[in-house]
Design a binder for this molecule. Structure first.
Ligand SMILES: CC(C)(COP(=O)(O)OP(=O)(O)OC[C@H]1O[C@@H](n2cnc3c(N)ncnc32)[C@H](O)[C@@H]1OP(=O)(O)O)[C@@H](O)C(=O)NCCC(=O)NCCS
Length: 261
C-alpha cells in the first residue's frame, strides 16, 4: 500500500468517492469534478492510498480561507475516507490506512507552511467520527449541533478556527412550494441530494420553485452560514444519510397538495 498525490489516472475514481461500483453515487452528477476544477489551483491537496493499482483511501484538504469554516493560515480537511464497503474493492478500514493518510496530510501541511489543520467530525459513533480525530491528537474547538470542529495547531501563532453558523433561512415564494438546495460540491453524497431535489421539482411542475445556492463561493457561506443543505418552504430537511428520491418527492408533493387545499 502506497500513499501518493492524486494523479490523473485516478481522477474518475476520486470524483466518485472511490465508489465506482455504485450506481447511486453516479446520480451525484459532475459537481465534485467542477469543485475540484475550481480549487485545484487554489491549494486543494488530495492524497490517495493505492494498493494493487486500486485506490482504497483518500484525504482532501484545502487552505481554510477557501473552506466552509472561518480560519486563517490553516488547512481544512473536508473529507477522509477509507473504502469501507464489501462491494467493489472491498473493506480496507481498520488496517491503519486512515492514520497513514492523516499523517501524510499533516506532514504536507507543515511543509506548505500551514500553522495547523482543522477537521470536522460527527459527535456520533459513525460516519466521520469526531472521536477518531481526537485519538489522533485533535481538540474540539467548536460545535454546531452534532457537527464538531476539531483542530491540531502546529505553531503557537496558530489562530483557532470556528464554524460559520447559520444566519438566515430561505424564504418561501408566495403561492409556490419553494425548494432551496445549498451545494458546495466536494461531497458526492450531498451533490446527490441536490440532483434528486432538482429532479423531483421538475416532476412536480409549475407549483414548485427550485432555488440553487452555490456555496463554493465563500461569500455565500458568509451570507447564509450554510454549506450543504436542503430546505422545503424554509424547513430544513434531514440529509444524513441522503434521503431517497422518493422521499424528497413525497415531501414536496405533500406541500403542493397543501397549496391546493
Ligand atoms: C475514519 C477512517 C478514515 C479511519 O480509517 P482506518 O484506516 O479504519 O483508521 P485507522 O488507521 O485509525 O485504523 C483503525 C483501527 O485499525 C487498527 N489498525 C491499525 N493498523 C492495523 C493493522 N495493520 N492491522 C489491523 N488493525 C490495524 C488501528 O489500531 C485502529 O484501531 P482503533 O480504532 O481501535 O484505534 C475510516 O473509518 C472512514 O473512512 N470512516 C468513514 C469516514 C467518512 O464517513 N468519510 C466521508 C465523510 S465525507
Amino acid at each position: 500500500m502506497e500513499i501518493t498525490d492524486l494523479n490523473e489516472k485516478f481522477y474518475s475514481t476520486y470524483f466518485l468517492c472511490l465508489e465506482d461500483w455504485s450506481d447511486e453515487i453516479k446520480e451525484a452528477g459532475n459537481h465534485k469534478e467542477s469543485w475540484f476544477g475550481l480549487f485545484k489551483d487554489k491549494g486543494l491537496r488530495v492524497k490517495i492510498a493505492v494498493e494493487n493499482d486500486k485506490v482504497c483511501g483518500m484525504i482532501q484538504y484545502l487552505p481554510v480561507e477557501y473552506s466552509i469554516i472561518e480560519g486563517k493560515d490553516l488547512y481544512f480537511i473536508n473529507c477522509i475516507w477509507v473504502h469501507g464497503y464489501n462491494k467493489g474493492i472491498g473493506n480496507f478500514q481498520k488496517k491503519g490506512i486512515g492514520t497513514k493518510l492523516l499523517n501524510a496530510a499533516e506532514e504536507d501541511v507543515k511543509l506548505l507552511g500551514g500553522k495547523g489543520i482543522a477537521a470536522w467530525g460527527v459527535s456520533l459513533p459513525f460516519w466521520m467520527k469526531a472521536s477518531w480525530f481526537k485519538k489522533k491528537g485533535y481538540k474540539k474547538i467548536d460545535k454546531d449541533g452534532m457537527a464538531a470542529l476539531l483542530w491540531k495547531p502546529f505553531s503557537n501563532e496558530a489562530v483557532p478556527p470556528a464554524w460559520i453558523k447559520q444566519k438566515k433561512k430561505p424564504q418561501p415564494v408566495e403561492g409556490k412550494v419553494t425548494v432551496t438546495s445549498f451545494i458546495n460540491g466536494w461531497c458526492p453524497a450531498q451533490n446527490l441530494i441536490y440532483e434528486r431535489a432538482k429532479r423531483a421539482c421538475l416532476e412536480c411542475g409549475e407549483k414548485v420553485v427550485f432555488q440553487e445556492i452555490s456555496t463554493s463561493d465563500k461569500k455565500a457561506v458568509y451570507e447564509w452560514g450554510i454549506a450543504d443543505a436542503l430546505f422545503v418552504d424554509g424547513k430544513k430537511i434531514r440529509t444524513g444519510p441522503p434521503p431517497s428520491y422518493e422521499k424528497i418527492k413525497k415531501i414536496i408533493t405533500k406541500r403542493v397538495n397543501r397549496l391546493k387545499a
